[in-house]
Design a protein around this ligand. Structure first.
Ligand SMILES: Nc1ncnc2c1ncn2[C@@H]1O[C@H](COP(=O)(O)OP(=O)(O)OP(=O)(O)O)[C@@H](O)[C@H]1O
Ligand SMILES: [Mg+2]
Length: 230
C-alpha cells in the first residue's frame, strides 16, 4: 500500500505560543481520515502541514514520497498542485465565473493533472464529476457560481477538487454552512466520488456523528494550560 503522508514527532509552533504536536501520522492511498477537535485545537493547522502550506518547526514529514525538508517552496507548491484537491469551509468559487470555469480551475496549476485528463476529454470529465456530486450539469454549467445555493456551491467545489484525479482530497469543515440533512448528503456524495477515483480523504469536522465510515479518526485536544500558571 502506498503511503501518501507520513509524519513522526511533528511539532508546529506559532510565535503566539500555540503548539501542535502530532507524534505520528500515516495516510495511505485511498484511506479516509477524519480530524475532530474543538475550535482552536489546530485542525486547520494540521491540514496546512499535510497540504504543504506550512512547514513543521521540527519532526519528519514526508508528502507523496518526498521529504518536505528537502523541497524548495516552489517544489512544494508543485507537489501540492499535482497531488492535492482542496475544499474550503466557504468561498470556494469565483462568484462571477461559471460553474464550468470553476471546476476547470482544478487542473489549472498542475500539468500532471491535465495530462491525466487527456484520456478523458476535459468537458466530459467536468460533467461526469458534477453528475457524481448530484448536480445537473445541463442546467448549471453556464451559470455564474454566485447564482447557486450554498449546498450546490460546495458540491461544485468538490467536483473541482476531484478533477484530474489527485491522490488526496483535503476538506476543512466543508459542511459547516450546510443544514444537517445536507451535511450528511454532501459527505456521502464526496465519499462515493473520491472512492471511485481512488483518492484518500482528510476531512475536518466539529461533529463526531459525521466520522462514521472513516478509516481513522484523529482527535486534537485543547492545548493544555498546565504549567502556565493558569
Ligand atoms: N495565520 C495565523 N497566525 C497566527 N495564529 C494563527 C493563525 N492561524 C491560526 N492561528 C492560531 O493557531 C491556533 C490553531 O488554529 P487553527 O486554525 O488550526 O484551529 P482550528 O482547530 O482549525 O479551529 P476552528 O475549528 O475554529 O477552525 C489558534 O490558537 C489560532 O488562533
Ligand atoms: Mg479551522
Amino acid at each position: 500500500m502506498t503511503v501518501l503522508v507520513s509524519a513522526t514527532d511533528l511539532l508546529f509552533e506559532r510565535p503566539g505560543g500555540f503548539a501542535l504536536s502530532v507524534p505520528s501520522l500515516a495516510i495511505e492511498a485511498g484511506e479516509a481520515v477524519a480530524v475532530l477537535g474543538a475550535s482552536g485545537t489546530g485542525k486547520s493547522t494540521l491540514l496546512d502541514l499535510v497540504g504543504g502550506v506550512l512547514r513543521p518547526t521540527s519532526g519528519a514529514l514526508a508528502l507523496f514520497g518526498h521529504d518536505v525538508a528537502q523541497l524548495s517552496n516552489s517544489a512544494l507548491d508543485r507537489l501540492r498542485g499535482d497531488h492535492v484537491g482542496v475544499i474550503f469551509q466557504e468561498h470556494n468559487l469565483l462568484p462571477f465565473a461559471t460553474v464550468r470555469q470553476n471546476v476547470a480551475l482544478g487542473v489549472q496549476f498542475s500539468a500532471a493533472r491535465r495530462r491525466h485528463l487527456r484520456a478523458t476529454a476535459l468537458e466530459d470529465e467536468i460533467e461526469r464529476l458534477l453528475d457524481a456530486m448530484d448536480l445537473d450539469a445541463a442546467e448549471l454549467l453556464r451559470r455564474p457560481a454566485h447564482t447557486l445555493s450554498v449546498g450546490q456551491r460546495q458540491r461544485v467545489a468538490a467536483a473541482r477538487a476531484l478533477l484530474g484525479a489527485p491522490s488526496l482530497i483535503i476538506a476543512d469543515e466543508p459542511t459547516s454552512a450546510l443544514d444537517e440533512g445536507n451535511q450528511t448528503r454532501f459527505l456521502a456524495l464526496l465519499q462515493e466520488a473520491r472512492k471511485a477515483s481512488g483518492a484518500a480523504l482528510l476531512f475536518v469536522t466539529h461533529d463526531p456523528r459525521l466520522t462514521n465510515g472513516f478509516d481513522q479518526v484523529i482527535t486534537l485536544d485543547t492545548p493544555s494550560l498546565e504549567g502556565k500558571g493558569l
